[in-house]
Design a protein around this ligand. Structure first.
Ligand code: DX5
Ligand code: ZN
Length: 221
């Protein structure tokens, strides 16, 4: 049984406490840091560009930089974020709605030396990813509509996790399953039991004691 990875989403970090919250993250059991890059078009919210990632990379050099691109043009932005230090680049299936184009971008990301991930929004079926899974390192199931932190977990998304877990195990694929949106202790447990490898959590981790909250999630497996 592989180790459960916790990926705090910096969307919920309190920038008035940047230094202390970074210190707490570094001292926690989090191995990854999740960056929600939003362009105001693919989702109705705007976040940050590559310079912010460069800052975190310097501040938290031991963490895996996990970039979730919620942008209309991931082909343009993937190399930009890889140059800035991204280790994992995840883009959305819905940008292309075409498996060949998704595979093409995953291969470009690999050629640039990063890991590639594919994500689906709540209304997109897991079956759409069947032929893409062998080409990616990660599949990200959105358990809220992308765009904002602090939304309620959509439990129906756990069925997608089970479908993907079955395919990945049956075909012995080297692809991890990540879930993003509404993850706290109870919902995180449901996700882990369904077969998730990476828990993204924003509002839950940054509310209160970061180190203790990460520890609670880490103990779910
Ligand atoms: C939503 C983002 C999430 C978000 C999760 O579009 O992709 O990563 O930060 O936030 P919580 O954990 O608060 O639902
Ligand atoms: Zn995300």
């Amino acid at each position: 049984m592989s180790e459960l990875i916790i990926a705090p989403s910096i969307l919920s970090l309190d920038y008035s406490k940047f230094e202390s919250q970074c210190d707490e993250l570094c001292a926690s059991e989090a191995k990854w840091l999740h960056f929600d890059v939003m362009d105001g078009h693919f989702v109705p919210n705007l976040t940050f560009g590559p310079d912010i990632l460069k800052g975190y990379k310097k501040r938290c050099p031991d963490l895996v930089m996990d970039v979730h691109l919620m942008v209309e043009d991931p082909t343009f932005f993937a190399p930009v974020f890889i140059d800035a230090g991204a280790d994992v680049i995840t883009f959305h299936y819905e940008v292309f709605n075409d498996e060949e184009k998704c595979i093409e971008l995953a291969r470009k990301i690999h050629a640039l030396g990063a890991k590639a991930g594919i994500s689906i929004k709540p209304k997109t079926l897991a079956e759409r990813l069947k032929n893409i899974l062998p080409e990616v390192d990660l599949v990200l199931i959105m358990s809220v509509e992308p765009g904002f932190g602090g939304q309620a977990f959509m439990a129906a998304m756990l069925d997608k996790v089970r479908v993907l877990r079955q395919q990945i195990d049956a075909d012995q694929l080297a692809c991890v399953i990540e879930i993003d949106g509404g993850i706290k202790d109870q919902t995180g447990k449901l996700a882990v039991d369904a077969g998730v490898d990476v828990l993204v959590a924003g509002s839950y981790v940054f509310k209160g004691d970061i180190k203790a909250n990460v520890h609670t999630l880490k103990c779910l497996k």
